[in-house]
Design a protein around this ligand. Structure first.
Ligand SMILES: Nc1ncnc2c1ncn2[C@@H]1O[C@H](COP(=O)(O)OP(=O)(O)O)[C@@H](O)[C@H]1O
Ligand SMILES: [Mg+2]
Length: 241
């Protein structure tokens, strides 16, 4: 079953697209098949993916030109990686509704972490829509980021890694034009991204296990896991432990 990840924050410039690109590259490097979805009008994930489309493991690329249907998310790929726009539009909602995880990059600043409160509030308003684990990636490096991390944990998010705020990410890597593992970023700089990738894989395995147990208990289809009226506040499903 595909690992479905929507990379989202209502704040722009926090590293959503960069993370989506690098996760795609790591998956391909690990011999996993990937379907990539660009839901942002900025189109930069799509442009970056055009450099990876020749990779044999690259399966599908969905751009804004495609009107997406729910079935498009039932891909047989190992990973589905969706780059969302910095807004709660219909495309975002479709992406979030059809993902296992939202990965929310935040920077250690008030405005990108403020969005976490908003997303939680939206989760209250749209229970059914947002009943899946919320996951975030933070940027490590200074006191502000540590304080931000503490606030985030309080809000019930799962921290899946701290990415260094690099002084620069070479444009050819950020754009996907060069395979990031072959140039530029040194091994120590790749490590935090690989750790985030591995953490998502692990959480997905746990999530599958939770779904399996739930379906054994109730005879529900495994995908009904999120629609549990008995347990409305299930944002992390115990995955935090
Ligand atoms: N970990 C990081 N360290 C330093 N710069 C980064 C990092 N991640 C992304 N960037 C840079 O930040 C800018 C915005 O990144 P981008 O991925 O386009 O954000 P978003 O998709 O959220 O708008 C780009 O110039 C990118 O190279
Ligand atoms: Mg972007």
């Amino acid at each position: 079953m595909a690992i479905k990840v929507a990379v989202f924050n209502r704040k722009g410039g926090v590293g959503k697209t960069t993370l989506a690109i690098i996760l795609t590259q790591i998956a391909l490097m690990n011999n996993k098949t990937v379907s990539a979805f660009d839901q942002d009008e900025q189109n930069s994930f799509n442009v970056s993916m055009s450099y990876l489309r020749d990779e044999p493991k690259f399966k599908d690329l969905f751009t804004l030109k495609t009107v997406l249907k729910k079935e498009d998310f039932d891909s047989s790929a190992d990973w589905i990686i969706i780059d969302c726009p910095p807004s709660f539009n219909e495309r975002t909602r479709l992406a979030l509704r059809n993902s296992d995880f939202i990965v929310i990059p935040v920077r250690p600043d008030m405005y990108s972490t403020m969005m976490l409160t908003q997303i939680r509030q939206a989760a209250g308003d749209y229970k059914k829509l947002f009943q899946f684990p919320l996951v975030k990636v933070g940027f490590a490096g200074n006191i502000a980021s540590r304080l931000a991390s503490e606030r985030i944990t309080d809000k019930g998010y799962i921290t899946i890694g701290n990415l260094p705020l690099y002084s620069t990410i070479p444009a050819n890597i950020s754009s996907g034009r060069k395979k990031w593992w072959s140039v530029g970023l040194q091994a120590h700089a790749r490590k935090p991204f690989k750790a985030v990738y591995a953490r998502i894989e692990l959480l997905h395995r746990k999530l599958q296990e939770l779904r399996r147990k739930k379906s054994e208990r109730t005879n529900d289809a495994p995908d009904d896991y999120y629609d549990d009226p008995e347990n409305p506040d299930v944002s992390t499903y115990g995955l935090n432990s």
